[in-house]
Design a protein around this ligand. Structure first.
Ligand SMILES: Nc1ncnc2c1ncn2[C@@H]1O[C@H](COP(=O)(O)OP(=O)(O)O)[C@@H](O)[C@H]1O
Ligand SMILES: [Mg+2]
Ligand SMILES: [Zn+2]
Length: 338
């Protein structure tokens, strides 16, 4: 028994964060199956996960997960930076923002190669918004799915793999495996930025995303109401808990731009959101007006950044793209010689 107890720590630390239960059983196999082995494993698992959490808090191992037997995070081959577009609830304009942010990045940084991952497996909207409905991905020689291309953006969505009209009922584990597929079985690279349209909420999808791949930052989309009702805070807190940097908030539909006379009105008051965001320690990355042109173009698969680049709405998305780029950490190549 003594022997197992001294050897096990180094082995476990090295094979860190792989599934713990099975290796533990073999480490303590000399005890034979029974209550003694079980309590050794329990004791050890508890101590081990505490160590990992301590390390994480100290910030020494940003690429690792909590010690719950989760796989190590692996970057997506050839993808430099991953940015999540998320919100506490649905219908706030997440997908519209993700699409126009991806195109906005391409517009303000011409050299950037940008991809768009639709992680909203319950209600995929990227195929429609990017005018790619009904298309199916081809396979590479290595049996990876090739992203579909439009407006210079590489896109992948569950909507390409299932019938968009049929309701999709996913449970936690299925959501995880669907998202895993969209990450690992797609020939994403080379990409400078992968923008991810997240499903609403703070559930399984958010968790599995942050556990599977290193994420450069999350952008929280909110309407002025969410900010006032603190829905946006829940989203931000969730990402902070799992070690994903929150870049800031996008205030969507805050100012009404009248399509007839062009007058503008702040529906929810001008600076309320600013004050609340500040209180939450979040920056406002951009202000997107409520404008019928945004809705129409996004429903028709002609996103406003490409269909009306001269409009103030498109300019608002480019400004958002610039502030996201400004706040991303500098990309460091994990394979670069140190
Ligand atoms: N700034 C905006 N102005 C006008 N309509 C918008 C704006 N942002 C989003 N919409 C519309 O609101 C609806 C919900 O947006 P969507 O991006 O699908 O939200 P989510 O992905 O958060 O569920 C869509 O019909 C979209 O066209
Ligand atoms: Mg959506
Ligand atoms: Zn008017």
């Amino acid at each position: 028994m003594n022997l197992s107890v001294c050897i096990a720590p180094s082995i476990v630390q090295d094979s860190a964060y792989t599934n713990m239960a099975a290796p533990m059983e073999s480490f303590f196999s000399c005890l034979g199956k029974g209550p003694i082995q079980t309590s050794c494993i329990q004791l050890f698992s508890r101590k081990f996960s505490r160590n990992v959490m301590k390390k994480q808090r100290a910030g020494t191992s940003p690429e690792t997960n909590t010690g719950k037997g989760l796989p190590k995070k692996w970057p997506i081959p050839g993808v430099k930076q991953v940015v999540l577009v998320a919100s506490g609830k649905g219908g706030v304009g997440k997908s519209t923002t993700a699409v126009n942010l991806a195109l906005g990045i391409g517009a303000v940084k011409k050299s950037a190669v940008v991809g768009l991952l639709d992680a909203d497996v319950y209600g995929p909207s990227i195929p429609r918004m990017m005018n790619l409905s009904g298309q199916e991905p081809e396979l590479t020689k290595n049996n990876l799915m090739k992203p579909l291309q439009n407006f210079g953006i590489s896109c992948m969505s569950m909507g390409f793999l299932t019938d968009e009209k049929s309701p999709i009922v996913w449970r936690g584990l299925m959501v995880m495996s669907a998202i895993q597929r969209l990450i690992r079985q797609v020939a994403w690279g080379p990409l400078d930025y992968l923008i991810v349209d997240m499903p609403p909420g703070t559930g399984d999808a958010q968790l599995s995303m942050s556990q599977l791949i290193p994420i450069s930052g999350a952008v929280i989309v909110s309407t002025p109401q969410d900010i006032a009702l603190l829905d946006a805070r829940k989203g931000a807190e969730m990402f902070r808990k799992v070690g994903v940097p929150v870049l800031g908030l996008v205030q969507n539909m805050s100012v009404f731009h009248c399509p007839n006379c062009g007058h503008q009105s702040h529906i929810f008051g001008q600076d309320g959101a600013q004050a609340v965001a500040k209180e939450m320690g979040l920056e406002i990355l951009g202000d997107i007006p409520l404008h019928i042109g945004i809705r129409e173009t996004s429903d028709e698969g002609r996103p406003i950044v490409v269909s009306s680049p001269g409009s103030p709405q498109a300019a608002a998305y480019r400004q958002l793209a610039q502030s996201v780029l400004d706040r991303l950490p500098r990309y460091e190549d994990p394979l670069a010689p140190s």
